[in-house]
Write a protein that binds this ligand. Structure first.
Ligand code: IDP
Length: 150
């Protein structure tokens, strides 16, 4: 099983979309390993988005991510990085396909609802950045044999 980091951004928290988004993940069959409503400080937001430091939108992005609490999650499943990137949809919500989270809930690039790690390496880095080992729950879902054939 693989793990990824997902973060419901401050826009979606303010718009009361946490429940709807978590429901989609649960219905898909994914397992929630950790979750917390969390106010990120500037240092954490900058570290999280360090690959974008030189981009023109970097300061606006950091101030958006720190503008209110986010709902941070670790989610587990087979091939979960690719599966959740598909569920999340493309970066610009106005172009994201209907049926995806960004496609269904967002309209603006700077208010794109949710973050999902884009590789197993970034997933590991981001999980370690946002969560302590003790916050990651190691348990089995008893419906697993109805979600996966093997
Ligand atoms: P991703 O979130 O789909 O992986 P990235 O290219 O890694 O997309 O960009 C990270 C985040 O930076 C995006 O989710 C979005 O919030 C923000 N962002 C990306 N490009 C722009 C832009 O051109 N203007 C404003 N914000 C942007």
């Amino acid at each position: 099983m693989d793990r990824t980091f997902l973060m419901i951004k401050p826009d979606a928290v303010q718009r009361n979309l946490i429940g709807e988004i978590v429901t989609r993940l649960e219905r898909k069959g994914l397992k929630l390993v950790a979750a917390k409503l969390f106010q990120a400080d500037e240092a954490l937001a900058k570290e999280h988005y360090s690959e974008h430091t030189d981009k023109p939108f970097f300061n606006a992005l950091v101030s958006f991510i720190t503008s209110g609490p986010v709902f941070a999650m670790v989610v587990e499943g087979n091939n979960v990085v690719e599966v959740t990137r598909t569920l999340v949809g493309e970066t610009n919500p106005s172009k994201a396909a209907p049926g995806t989270i960004r496609g269904d809930y967002g309209l603006d690039l700077g208010r794109n609802i949710i973050h999902g790690s884009d590789s197993n390496e970034s997933a590991e880095r981001e999980i370690n950045l946002w969560f302590n080992e003790s916050e990651l729950n190691d348990y089995k879902l008893n419906n697993e044999k109805w979600v996966y054939e093997e």
